[in-house]
Design a protein around this ligand. Structure first.
Ligand SMILES: [Fe+2]
Length: 180
């Protein structure tokens, strides 16, 4: 997984939006935001994903497949929805099996976007309460495993004054040492 600051230039969300030269983001910076990731090669991934799921209490999982070919006309609409800045009241855990895409997460307190370019083998944990968004890249396809603890709580709450005071948001800010 490659992590870098998003350039904020206009243009299709699927473009890399990488500064020239790139402004890379270190693992330490991601750690400080509570964004976790592991690389587990897809070939023979099952026991390793199972072990991590057990360790972190992810009891359930399913597969999602998002592609321009598979979805036809609603595809463009759908990926615009994914790209709305939002938060969840639970972790968002994704293990990429094929294809690629971008998770953008907000750095605090700078409010800059950090882009996570994910590819097969990347397992990313987006913490509850962090503002983020997702898009596919120009290849227009991704297949990923979604892991979750009990009931999936994937309702996206779009960023607003209300989400700013959501207890999960407040708890997140406290966990990263901001707004405590
Ligand atoms: Fe999300």
């Amino acid at each position: 997984m490659r992590a870098y600051y998003y350039d904020n230039l206009p243009g299709d969300q699927r473009l890399p939006h990488d500064y020239v030269p790139s402004r890379l983001v270190s693992k330490e910076i991601l750690d400080a935001l509570n964004v976790k990731y592991w690389v587990i090669p897809v070939e023979g991934h099952e026991p390793k994903v199972d072990a991590l799921a057990k360790e972190r209490g992810y009891k359930n999982r399913d597969l999602i497949n998002v592609s321009k070919d598979g979805m036809g006309e609603i595809y463009e609409e759908k990926i615009k929805t994914f790209f709305q800045e939002h938060m969840h009241e639970d972790e968002e855990i994704r293990y990429v099996l094929s294809g690629s895409g971008f998770f953008d997460v907000r750095e605090t307190p700078t409010d800059q976007w950090i882009r996570l370019a994910v590819e097969p083998g990347d397992l990313v944990v987006i913490p509850a309460g962090i503002y983020h968004r997702f898009t596919l890249d120009e290849a227009n396809n991704i297949k990923a495993m979604r892991l979750f603890q009990d009931e999936p709580k994937w309702i996206p709450y779009n960023r607003s004054e209300e989400t700013d005071v959501n207890p999960h948001r407040v708890q997140y800010l406290q966990s990263v040492g901001v707004g405590a």
